[in-house]
Design a protein around this ligand. Structure first.
Ligand code: SAH
Ligand code: SF4
Ligand code: F3S
Length: 442
């Protein structure tokens, strides 16, 4: 099937895994002749790749779907597609189609690779398609991927999650853990490197459980060591890893492998052991502090980033103060802070003692203030230092400046030669700001 001059538009919400899924969907659509547009009004296909981790992620999608009514009226041939995690929730496809009857295709996370077939069907008979699977028929390898960047790439190493943290909907919408074969991962990375990619991020909801279910046992540490030997690759990152599963061997692998960036994202969620227990996180406040100490000892200059939820059901002021104090003790290099959002179908949605909104907002503000104070103080320590930066392009706010990240994931904006885009260069920090560093290439 060859389509000419037809355009698709895609919006992506949610985590890096969704970003990578969108790159795969883009690859599929380009494969059947579509070209990408960033202007909704000129698209023949509009795709919303959705997230449902918090309620506000869903609200955004509803808002955007509502605004498509007008476009569908002016262009009845427009094909509207909803995919991603939101569609995997029980009753959601019906809810979407009832509210927005002009949606043409609702496809789940496990069968989005079938989109070209569904698009073809809709074009032929004009009937809308709702097709959601509860699991996939096995990991589909070899799909075309249209990547956003030509120097950094996400490489999913495992799908799904078995942890069932009591607040979280991800295991219900992404299924159980499945690992890709190491040889498929290595071959993908080698092919990326041959195209000039410098940095890869290994993705999974909990990369530490990589290898479970594979015929030959390979741990995540083993995988890091293998990837580290790939010639031409400069940087390896990974996201995300559950603190309960960080083995000493993983820390050792991080320290040993020179390409593995000095950065780990370990979601804390709460500093109170009592709340961590209710969250089903399977580690204590002390375990987390020990982990952070081990990391800082084994890997000089390591950055530790995290996710924190405030307002989990039953969280008292005392529990919250424990979160504040662990933030100060661990001195996170960055932190994503979230207000607890009740997700139907998760155990925590039924917990009594839901925290009132005004208490949540007050705690959220106090937490953000504490985090910002630490992040900004730690950034200021970079004043005058020389750092290695992978140059990603020109700076968002100032086209005459370049931008990139250090190995430990700090954002640097600097003056330098535009020919260095795609390369790793040394930058002297001239002014450290609260959330980024300013400098000049040397
Ligand atoms: N697998 C990753 C997390 C993926 S979800 C990990 O465990 O590290 C990203 C973050 O969203 C979580 O770490 C958590 O902080 C937040 N989150 C998940 N469910 C939430 C909810 N119901 N309300 C608020 N934040 C939530
Ligand atoms: Fe959600 Fe917990 Fe799985 Fe992360 S580890 S995706 S927070 S259930
Ligand atoms: Fe959202 Fe799905 Fe990721 S719910 S956070 S897009 S796994």
């Amino acid at each position: 099937m060859e389509v000419l001059n037809d355009k698709y538009y895609i919006d992506t919400w949610g985590c890096q895994m969704n970003e990578e899924d969108s790159e795969k969907i883009s690859g599929l659509l380009k494969g059947i002749g579509y070209t990408k547009t960033t202007v909704r009004e000129e698209a023949d296909i509009i795709i919303f790749n959705t997230c449902c981790v918090r309620e506000n992620a869903e609200q955004k999608v509803y808002g955007h779907l509502g605004s498509l009514k007008r476009l569908k009226k002016s262009n009845p041939n427009l094909i509207i597609i909803v995919c991603g995690c939101m569609t995997q929730q029980k009753g959601m496809p019906k809810k979407i189609i009832d509210k927005f009857p002009y949606v043409d295709i609702i496809v789940g996370s496990f069968n989005s690779y079938k989109l070209p077939e569904y698009i073809d069907r809709v074009k032929k008979d004009g009937k809308s398609i709702i097709e959601i699977w509860d699991k996939e028929e096995g990991i589909v390898e070899g799909l075309p991927i249209d990547r956003k960047s030509d120097m950094k790439a996400f490489v999913t190493i495992m799908y799904g999650c078995n942890n069932f943290c009591s607040y979280c909907i991800v295991p219900y919408v992404r299924g159980r853990e499945r690992s890709r074969k190491p040889e498929d991962i290595i071959n993908e990375i080698k092919s990326l490197v041959s195209k000039g990619y410098k940095e890869i991020t290994l993705l999974g909801q909990n990369v530490n459980s990589y290898g479970v279910g594979l015929e030959t046992k390979v741990t995540f540490g083993d995988l890091l060591r293998k990837v580290n030997t790939i010639e031409g690759l400069e940087r390896i990152r990974f996201m995300t890893s559950h603190p309960k599963d960080v083995s000493d061997d993983l820390i050792k692998a991080m320290a040993e492998c020179e390409k593995v960036c000095e950065h780990g994202h370990f979601a804390l969620q709460s500093g109170s052991t009592r709340i961590l227990d209710k969250m089903n996180r399977k580690y204590t406040r002390e375990d987390y502090i020990t982990l952070a100490k081990k990391l800082r000892k084994a890997i000089p200059d390591v950055a530790i980033s995290t996710d924190i939820i405030i307002g989990f059901p039953g969280e008292t002021e005392e529990d919250f103060l424990e979160t504040l104090s662990i933030v100060k003790e661990v001195e996170f290099d960055s932190a994503f802070t979230f207000i607890y959002s009740k997700r139907e179908g998760t155990p925590a949605a039924k917990f009594e003692e839901q925290v009132p909104d005004e208490v949540k907002h007050d705690r959220f503000n106090r937490l953000v203030e504490a985090v910002n104070e630490i992040v900004s103080r730690k950034n200021k320590e970079y004043d005058g230092k020389v750092v290695e930066v992978l140059v990603e392009g020109t700076s968002k706010n100032d086209e005459t400046r370049l931008t990139g990240r250090t190995k430990n994931n700090r954002l640097v904006n600097f003056t330098g030669n535009p020919d260095s885009i795609g390369k790793i260069v040394n930058v002297k920090i001239t002014k450290a700001q609260s959330f980024s560093l300013n400098g000049e290439m040397i």
